[in-house]
Ligand binder design. Structure first.
Ligand SMILES: Cc1cc2nc3c(=O)[nH]c(=O)nc-3n(C[C@H](O)[C@H](O)[C@H](O)COP(=O)(O)OP(=O)(O)OC[C@H]3O[C@@H](n4cnc5c(N)ncnc54)[C@H](O)[C@@H]3O)c2cc1C
Length: 373
């Protein structure tokens, strides 16, 4: 472990890995600290693995801008590095008359965000494309796709390593102190505690990013940085009749999430989820009593769904800035000179579409970092 580095990144999820790969193209002396024994064991491997188009988020928000740009970039990136993916396409459905006008609003939202290929579908067009789906109307997003998230992370990790990044696993950041123009970072590993200094400190610690910010002395309640854990559970669909859809099918979004949708993975396994449940602890168990709620929710647009075909699958936890019933909050990606903490870059609340946006988040952070010099 070096005693002095130029850049230290906390967290080897998809975001920390993407940042490491991007920064190390230009400069040396970067390390990544990760408390687990390898990369990508938390939120980055517990999600829908959907390449989002950028439809849902308010115009001009970071979520919208970074996602729309990343959607284009990610397909080329996957091609270049042989990352398994598929431009699967997705249909968002309206299941009653009230929802049709909401769907049209969402369509306009998508267009304002720069998602240029959206198309509204009639009841008949939905039926032609997805015979098992029942809907009053739909909206097609051809550029929504699926990706093997682990392969994406493996590529970022490989690129970063080739470019000289030092990954330090099994090492948890437990303290941070601002010293003369630098940060002293206290870490805990198998051998005990030690410390090093860094000029630039990047906090991409996912579900712990608010705690990292408070370690540096930021009042996270006052700053609006406090995270809420919001669980998303999945049930797999094991129907003897095979996959009932050939694209991703989503209902209209609900508060806090995109609605329990039907996704396919690259092995054509069908999954329902995720739901939205605020929780107090990081516990990844799937609550089997949710099965009926999943069934009722998806049955609205997939009427032949059978309760007995649903099996608990897995869960992920969103690092959400907004609490239950609260309005939209954007990603926080900011350099903290204004708080008297120059050289500290916080990434907080990187929930969906963080996997999709990761390569563009990385460029955004690299731009901020280059302005520090
Ligand atoms: C249910 C669900 C579905 C989703 N679906 C999608 C989707 O379909 N498409 C999409 O684009 N996005 C999706 N997302 C969002 C996406 O998964 C996240 O935005 C992304 O994975 C965040 O990556 P990260 O690197 O910021 O966080 P993480 O993957 O959580 O990585 C943070 C890392 O920091 C490490 N760490 C934390 N504290 C410390 C410490 N003190 N010291 C050292 N290391 C530390 C952790 O161990 C972890 O490895 C979904 C999320 C959820 C929960």
């Amino acid at each position: 472990m070096p005693v002095e580095v130029d850049v230290a990144i906390i967290g080897a999820g998809v975001v920390g890995l993407a940042i490491a790969a991007e920064l190390s193209r230009r400069q040396k002396g970067t390390i990544v600290l990760e408390k687990n024994h390898t990369f990508g064991l938390e939120t980055s491997s517990r999600n829908s693995e959907v390449i989002h188009a950028g439809i849902y988020y308010p115009e001009g928000s970071l979520k919208a801008r970074l996602c729309v740009e990343a959607n284009r970039l990610l397909y080329d990136f996957c091609q270049k590095y042989d990352i398994p993916h598929r431009r699967q396409g997705k249909i968002i459905v309206a299941t009653d008359e009230d929802e049709v006008s909401k769907l049209e609003e969402l369509y306009q939202q998508g267009l304002r965000n720069g998602v240029g290929d959206l198309r509204l579908l009639s009841h008949k067009e939905v039926k032609e494309l997805e015979p098992n789906v029942e809907a009053n109307a739909g909206m097609m997003s051809p550029s929504t796709g699926i990706i093997d998230g682990h392969s994406l992370m493996r590529v970022f990790h490989g690129l970063a390593r080739e470019q000289g990044v030092n990954f330090i696993f099994n090492t948890e950041v437990i303290g941070i102190e601002k010293t003369e123009g630098k940060y002293r970072v206290e870490i805990q590993d198998r051998e005990g505690t030690s410390s090093f200094t860094t000029n630039v400190l990047i906090n991409s610690a996912g579900l712990s990013s608010d705690k990292i910010a408070s370690l540096v002395g930021i009042d996270i309640d006052q700053a609006g940085y406090k995270l809420h854990y919001c669980k998303g559970e999945y049930f797999s669909l094991n129907s003897p009749h095979g996959a009932p859809v050939s694209r991703l099918v989503y209902p209209l979004p609900e508060l806090g999430g995109k609605g329990i949708h039907v996704t396919l993975n690259l092995d054509d396994q069908v999954r329902l989820g995720p739901n939205v449940r605020y929780v107090d602890e990081l516990d990844y168990k799937v609550d089997e009593t949710q099965k009926e709620a999943f069934y009722q929710s998806v049955k609205k647009f997939l009427p032949r769904l059978r309760l007995e075909d649903l099996e608990p699958d897995f869960a992920g936890i969103r690092p959400k800035l907004q609490g239950p019933e609260e309005d939209f909050r954007d990603f926080i990606i900011t350099e903290e000179t204004a708080r008297g903490l120059p050289g500290l870059i916080n990434l907080i609340g990187i929930e969906s579409p963080g996997l999709t946006a990761s390569p563009v988040i990385a460029r955004y952070v690299a731009r901020i970092a280059s302005e520090l010099r």
